[in-house]
Design a protein around this ligand. Structure first.
Ligand SMILES: Cc1cc2nc3c(=O)[nH]c(=O)nc-3n(C[C@H](O)[C@H](O)[C@H](O)COP(=O)(O)O)c2cc1C
Length: 206
């Protein structure tokens, strides 16, 4: 366990803090064990409770599982990410739904007329969708780890091409992908752990 905190955690135990944060690693090679759609849905069931602006909840995900779907996905990724995606048990494409306002009657019933208001503001919706889905992506990575899974997030080289090829909803914008597995492979699973910045380096107090 590595920690820079002198103050003990009060709400979760050390093992949980290690699982979710301190010992959690970005995994690039996994064992072959299957990861089911139900396990991914269980992680979604946790992460959906994380906060978003006006509760817009714009994160969407595409589960890429078959060899054919993986090959189509790699066409839109940098060369260095192909092998990891082809070998991962499953890969998620994380997206932002710019038409999130279709659900606002359910998600924000206290905000009468908000869906109609946002309907005429596509640029505002795109900004809101991208920012809040990126926030939710972090919740998703943590929730997948809480579900007992291992994750390896990666960037997308050609997001527009991926969207045209793989999404059936033209309001979705591809943000990044996440390879998901049950356990790290015995060898070559991670890069050496790099440092993180200290709280004093990244904060200012007024
Ligand atoms: C949004 C995002 C995009 C990333 N893109 C790539 C990528 O394209 N290829 C890659 O090998 N790793 C990628 N990474 C992995 C990061 O380099 C890695 O999570 C980070 O260095 C921390 O590693 P650690 O969790 O092992 O400490 C990405 C991570 C995130 C969150």
């Amino acid at each position: 366990m590595t920690t820079t905190l002198d103050t003990p955690l009060s709400s979760i135990d050390d093992a949980t803090a290690d699982l979710l944060f301190r010992e959690a690693r970005t995994v690039k090679r996994f064992t072959d064990e299957e990861v089911t759609d139900a396990e991914i849905a269980a992680a979604y069931d946790l992460m959906r409770w994380g906060p978003t602006a006006m509760n817009i909840s714009p994160l969407r995900y595409l589960v890429v599982r078959t060899p054919e779907a993986r090959r189509r996905l790699t066409a839109h990724l940098g060369e260095g990410n192909h092998a990891g995606v082809l070998a991962a048990p499953v890969t998620l494409v994380v997206a932002a739904d710019t038409a999130f306002h279709r659900h606002m009657d359910r998600l924000a019933p206290h905000m009468a007329g908000i869906a109609e208001h946002l309907d005429g503001q596509p640029d505002v919706r795109e900004h809101m969708a991208r920012m809040n889905a990126a926030l939710q992506s972090g919740y998703l990575l943590t929730a997948l780890r809480a579900t007992g899974l291992q994750v390896g997030p990666m960037g997308i080289q050609d997001a527009a091409g991926l969207e045209a090829d793989l999404f059936d909803d033209d309001a979705w914008r591809a943000l990044h992908i996440v390879n998901v597995g049950r356990a790290p492979a015995a060898e070559g699973a991670t890069y050496p752990r790099a440092a993180r910045l200290e709280a004093a380096e990244v904060s200012r107090t007024l």
